[in-house]
Ligand binder design. Structure first.
Ligand code: ADP
Length: 565
């Protein structure tokens, strides 16, 4: 029914209340000695304490006990209903000696109910505070998970989160962190003896194996080779227990077929079902970031391998091209001597074959030079000589050096006159290389009798209009540019191949590409050279009608010059 403590030194009252409360099946105690009262409160925790107001020192005793008891109800027994005003704030109710038994009973019952409601409320509040705290821990742990791709750190965050929310005495985490080397991470309050360590190792290995039953385990582990990392909070103390004395929880850390490890935690006091939910949640939450970390690791390794391969490929191209260039120069010189007639007359058929050999040597030399250029650019070893210059000089040079070839093919190569254009800060030799490639391509892919036109103008980046597929590339342009355009009336390029024309070794399938040959490197080299100028290259074209290749180089400003220094 409830526990009553009656504080009084009046024997007849004690007997009267004892008889009354016993009859009503209350647990009844009485005392007037302060030390004994404290003892009863400590051991028996009464629900209600009734103070006899005639007892001397009641007021001070009530005040004192109020501060050490929780929700116990304090009731004052007065003779006739008159109460010292000072005492009212410390008591929950009062009884008078004339009150009927029923009234007394109802007052006591009401106070018991209030006490139990208060206790429930305080329990609920405590549970709520606990849940809120755990939610906070889960939230901050999952934020830490989201911010890391390092397996070792993720495992540490998991253990930290469990420590904060469950406060364990010992965790044993088997994790596959670095290069899939299994590690047993022990986090404990106290020092672990060698015997305990052997027991933990054995238990962990058995736990691990039990997860796979008759299936093959992902990794072979034995107690001898298991690497152990120990983190001890209070190394001065030592555990004096066997694992069986502690409550424990165990969870695998895995996602689908991916197994990252397992965790077991031990605590002296029993875990609650909320603890189990929290434990499982954290162990599950860490699996996804661990999977991402594994994938990230794999991608990083693959990238490293690819970078290495790319480097080897560039080195290989560079070495082979150098090696080819020396004998090719010797062949070219010999052919030149032969065709000069210095070694004797050559008949008509002979000079035809000699011509063919010279043309092919020329072509081979072009391919080797392209390969060398590309490997230099990719290795960041290309030399640039930037200076203020006018684009007209580049156009004039290319036009005069290629008009002979164009004429031979029955093509008309013209450069449209433009008003004076502002200077650009560029490497004239590299721009000549770019324009030579564009005009050579135009010559290669344009049939006899047609015209190839070189134009140049100044444009603001915002005015440059290119095909959709080059938009991303041109986004980086800003300010004023000199734009050069090479227009031909040749075979054109299909819309789907426009971007591909700038890929390394790309030769777009058409009736001419095989016949005219080429390295497929001219446009990618041009693209990289223009990138080194903070410029861009793009094209538009229509099949059977012709193509327009454009490149843009920024107009010289103090800033562009400073940036290149
Ligand atoms: P290549 O040395 O093979 O010409 P490029 O990188 O200069 O290498 O050109 C790549 C491909 O783009 C060419 O093989 C051709 O298919 C296409 N191409 C380039 N310029 C033109 C053009 N003016 N007309 C049609 N196709 C072109």
């Amino acid at each position: 029914m409830g526990k009553i403590l009656f504080v009084s030194d009046r024997t007849e009252k004690i007997q009267q209340y004892s008889a009354f409360f016993d009859k009503k099946t209350f647990e009844f105690d009485s005392s007037y000695d302060e030390a004994a009262i404290l003892g009863i409160i400590d051991i028996n925790c009464p629900d209600v304490i009734i103070f006899d107001s005639t007892f001397s020192g009641t007021k001070n005793l009530i005040k004192k006990l109020k501060s050490i008891t929780g929700s116990t109800a304090f009731i004052l027994l007065v003779k006739d209903g008159s109460i010292e005003p000072d005492i009212i704030k410390y008591i929950n109710a009062f009884l008078t000696e004339e009150m009927s038994e029923n009234l007394i009973l109802s007052i006591i019952s009401a106070n018991l109910k209030t006490k139990s409601a208060l206790e429930q409320l305080s329990d609920t509040n405590k549970n709520l505070a606990d849940s809120l705290y755990r939610l906070n821990v889960l939230y901050s742990t999952s934020s830490q998970f989201a911010g890391s791709l390092d397996k070792q750190k993720l495992v540490n965050y998991m253990i930290e989160g469990m420590d904060k929310s469950l406060s364990f005495d010992l965790t044993c985490t088997l994790a596959f962190c670095t290069e899939e080397q299994p590690v047993l991470i022990l986090n404990s309050l106290y020092e672990i003896s060698d015997e305990l360590l052997s027991a933990i190792k054995l238990r962990t290995v058995l736990n691990y194996k039990s997860l796979f039953e008759d299936k093959k385990t992902p990794f072979e582990i034995d107690t001898e080779s298991l690497k152990v990392i120990k983190n001890v909070k209070y190394p001065a103390n030592r555990f004096t227990f066997t694992l069986f004395q502690y409550d424990n929880m165990f969870a695998p850390i895995s996602l689908g077929d991916n197994f990252f490890g397992c965790i077991e935690i031990f605590k002296e006091t029993p875990f609650s079902s909320d603890d189990a939910t929290c434990f499982q949640t954290i162990a599950q939450q860490v699996s996804l970031p661990l999977k991402s970390a594994t994938l990230y690791q794999e991608i990083k390794e693959t990238n490293l391998k690819l970078e290495k391969l790319e480097r080897l490929k560039s080195e290989f191209i560079s070495i082979v091209s150098h090696e080819l260039r020396t004998p090719l120069t010797a062949i070219k010189n010999s052919l030149d001597i032969l065709s000069s007639g210095k070694c004797g007359e050559i008949n008509e058929a002979g000079s035809k074959f000699l011509n063919m050999a010279q043309r092919n040597v020329q072509r081979l030399a072009g391919i080797i030079n392209d390969l060398l250029d590309l490997s230099k650019i990719e290795a960041g070893k290309m030399d640039y000589h930037f200076a203020n210059m006018n684009i007209h000089s580049v156009i004039d040079y290319v036009k005069s050096s290629l008009s002979g070839v164009a004429k031979e093919k029955g093509l008309n190569l013209i450069a449209e006159e433009t008003a004076d254009l502002p200077e650009i800060y560029a490497d004239s030799q590299r721009l000549e290389q770019v324009l030579t490639n564009l005009v050579s391509n135009a010559i290669k892919f344009t049939p006899e009798g047609k015209t190839i036109t070189i134009r140049s103008h100044i444009a603001d980046a915002s005015q440059i209009n290119a095909h959709e597929c080059f938009k991303e590339d041109l986004k980086k342009l800003s300010g004023k540019y000199i734009v050069v355009c090479v227009e031909d009336q040749g075979i054109g390029i299909a819309e789907k191949d426009l971007l591909r024309a700038f890929d390394k070794f790309a030769q777009i399938e058409n009736s001419l590409s095989r016949k005219v040959g080429g390295s497929g490197l001219g446009l990618p080299i041009a693209k990289q050279l223009l990138e080194a100028h903070n410029g861009a290259i793009w094209c538009d074209s229509e099949l059977e009608k012709g193509s327009r290749f454009y490149f843009a180089v920024p107009v010289s400003t103090i800033l562009s010059e400073i940036c290149r220094v």
